[in-house]
Design a protein around this ligand. Structure first.
Ligand SMILES: Cc1cc2nc3c(=O)[nH]c(=O)nc-3n(C[C@H](O)[C@H](O)[C@H](O)COP(=O)(O)OP(=O)(O)OC[C@H]3O[C@@H](n4cnc5c(N)ncnc54)[C@H](O)[C@@H]3O)c2cc1C
Length: 463
């Protein structure tokens, strides 16, 4: 690895910042992580990561990358209570006309609460001999001419001090101040793309018993155009189901148990509804989180001051519909490592291009899913409309075709690019399944199609 200098500073010690710090240890003598929150040794939710109370699936691709960067991490997480899950074999994806066909695969992710995953990564990164943590400390970049030279630390006491840096990484998440900081220094902020999703998550945990939810470790109930509501139930440590539900366009699921149950019942998934009605939640009031918009900052289209790199949600915070944020953060760490390998010259431009490219597929997948919902405002270019129509046919066919589900899950898992779904072999299977289904329906022998709103579920008393 090319040496970049003596010190790197990373702002934000959450997933993206920790993984960036790990790769920076290969290029500098010392990495200083600056985190605004007080960090606990226990896996607890914290203020700076408000999404940490909500379901977080860690995909197989992300797990593979993190295990390569921090060997043995998965085993440590499992020792802490996390579960390994086979995305295709143990993930149940309900799409309205049924669940995608399952079969065992080698795409194995980690299932645990977000604080447990983050604590595991943090514990490992902080044992690296050249990594130092400053917390609770907030900071902002220091600019000299056209280059970032370090950070001004605000340790919570009156006054501030400067810390020099040869590279500065902004991993402060969705609320990153870099656009405002650029503007304050008379530089253009990045152009932004956004999708006004008006998404909300309401989350509580429930006791988990063997055999629940058909043996799946993850159940995802997808939102549909006529019913912009979703749910996700993930098996996590402590024999719990972490269950998030919510809606788009400003729809928020109630946080009290009766309201939460009624909202889940409205999704029409019988065993999920029965589970939340038959048991008591472990919290009396569920946590609520709102995501007004997906936002992508196009730093690749402006000239950032040299030695500044923006990563993670600070670069793009998109709808977590496919659970890709932490995996994208892991892939961005690899992209940063590639950029560091080519030395310090023009580092910011090269790294920014690479990191931004990592975002492309996840952003487009999430955007396409959002724009399928009429409640989400915005233009629908022909490519999005055609792509979504094709994806509908593909996932419908995948209910009875595990090969098609595998192709879809590989794309969600960021192993394959979305274009893989348009390969002739895949397209032919989709076409054949569609023709067969239509012929069967025309002959009057088709199973009764799912009603809008899903199959009817008896609503248990008291809901
Ligand atoms: C409801 C919800 C559900 C999600 N579900 C999934 C999922 O299933 N799977 C998945 O992979 N991803 C999921 N994500 C996305 C995932 O949470 C993020 O993509 C991931 O955490 C990467 O975030 P980050 O490290 O860039 O930022 P964050 O996790 O937001 O962390 C930012 C950090 O910066 C710190 N900070 C902020 N300002 C400063 C400052 N000035 N100085 C110092 N420190 C500062 C904060 O305290 C925090 O530690 C979900 C997101 C949401 C909102």
């Amino acid at each position: 690895m090319h040496r970049i200098g003596s010190r790197a500073v990373v702002l934000g010690a959450s997933m993206a910042g920790l993984l960036a710090a790990r790769v920076l240890t290969e290029a500098v003598d010392e990495v200083v992580l600056v985190e605004r929150d007080t960090l606990s040794a226990d896996p607890v939710a914290r203020r700076g990561v408000p999404q940490s109370r909500h379901v977080h699936a860690f995909l197989g691709r992300g797990r593979d990358v993190v295990d390569a960067l921090l060997p043995g991490l998965s085993e440590e997480l499992v020792a802490d209570g996390a579960l390994l899950w086979d995305l295709h074999g143990e993930g149940r994806f309900e799409i309205g006309v049924g669940a995608l066909a399952r079969r065992p695969s080698d795409m194995v992710g980690v299932m645990a609460s977000r604080p447990l995953i983050e604590r595991g990564v943090r514990r490992r990164v902080l044992t690296l001999p050249t990594v130092r943590l400053l917390s609770p400390v907030a900071a902002e970049p220091v600019l000299a001419a056209d280059r970032v030279t370090g950070v001004r630390l605000h340790p919570g006491t009156p006054g501030s001090e400067d810390l020099g840096a040869d590279v500065l990484v902004d991993a402060t998440g969705r609320g990153s101040h870099t656009p405002a900081w650029l503007a304050a220094h008379g530089r253009p902020p990045p152009p932004e793309s956004s999708v006004e999703i008006g998404l909300s998550y309401t989350t509580a945990s429930w006791p988990r018993l063997p055999g629940d939810l058909g043996g799946a470790k993850a159940l995802v109930v997808a939102a549909r155009p006529e019913r912009p509501r979703f749910a996700g139930a993930l098996a996590v440590e402590g024999d719990r189901w972490l269950i998030s539900t919510g809606g788009y366009g400003g729809l928020v699921a109630p946080a009290d148990p009766p309201g939460f149950r009624a909202f889940i019942a409205s999704l029409g998934i019988a065993d999920l509804s029965e589970l939340v009605h038959a048991r008591e939640p472990l919290e009396t009031v569920a946590a609520v989180h709102r995501i007004p918009a997906s936002t992508r900052r196009h730093y690749e289209r402006i000239r950032l001051p040299d030695r500044l790199v923006v990563t993670g949600d600070a670069l793009a915070a998109f709808n977590p519909v496919y659970g890709q944020g932490m995996t994208v953060a892991a892939l961005q760490a690899l992209a940063l490592r590639d950029a560091l390998q080519d030395g310090p010259d023009d580092l910011t431009t090269r790294a920014t291009r690479r990191l931004s490219r990592v975002v492309d597929d996840a952003w487009e997948l999430a955007r396409a899913a959002d724009l399928e919902l009429p409640v989400v405002p915005g233009g629908r270019p022909a490519a999005v409309r055609l792509g979504n129509a094709y994806l509908d046919l593909l996932t419908t066919a995948a209910v009875t075709d595990a090969d098609l589900t595998a192709a879809f899950v590989r794309v969600v898992n960021l192993l394959d690019r979305p274009t893989a779904l348009f390969r002739p072999r895949v397209a032919a299977r989709v076409a054949w399944a569609t023709v067969r289904r239509r012929r069967t329906a025309a002959a009057g022998t088709a199973p009764v199609p799912a009603e809008p709103g899903g199959p009817r579920v008896p609503t248990p008393p008291g809901s």
